[in-house]
Design a protein. Sequence first.
Length: 292
Amino acid sequence: MKQFLADFSKLIKFRLTFLVVFSASVTFLIGSKVPVDGITPDINWTNWLILIVGGFLVTSAANCFNEVIEVDLDKLMTRTKDRPMPAGHMTTGQGLVSGLVMGLVGTWLLGNYLNIVTGFLSVFSIFLYAFAYTPLKRKSPIAVFVGAIPGALPPLIGYVAAHGKIDQIAVILFLIQFVWQFPHFWAIAWVLDDDYKKAGFRLLPTTKRDKTSAFITFLSTLILIPVSLMPTFYGFGGYYIAGVSILGGLVFAALAFKMWINMDLVSARKVMFCSFFYLPIVQLVLLFDFIA
């Protein structure tokens, strides 16, 4: 049983899935408090739980398909060779069936019990992540741009699940997570570059650890600052989110600047870990600012 749970956790990339669902659950709460015809609705906590379960299943399915496609590549990399399929604990057929079952059930929950737009966006995110981003990783650094789209859909999905439609707030929530992913992914790609090369992945902006890649990573953190201030600019965020966005953005950018200057793994790891904290803090503060 212990081995099964360990394998299942690796199959669905539990930590990544948790972060995705967390992002969607926060924006669901934001979408729940958007006034409709001048009336602020109550939060539907049953739908919130459906979103969490459905989102968990859909995200897990996308990760399953990703691992089925990359099973031979996962065998080459130190960080992935102990996943259940490359380790021989599970066949690709079992992985595929697991992904199909979770994807179908998750999409059904989201589309049937929440709304059809949420279900459609979930299916779109699965296909874009598994069948566009995944094969592109060995082709071109453009894979990061393509992958940033499904990676930024969770806050959009969460918001639409509650509010029922895509509006200005939904687009801004999407944009914040979309832009955040570039320094996040590039810092990870810098740290794991040696391992990624074993599988032929080309994820850094120039496909290698050089000054240009480091500078583009730094530039992306600067772009994130005004994008994260958009809730305040457009009137649904207040001073708290503005202050946190500026302070967090400057810390993020300072660490990326140091990475550009030093060109070392220590600096890249600091950028990577900063990215892990930046997004959930910004989203939680925005939620507080929005409903306060």
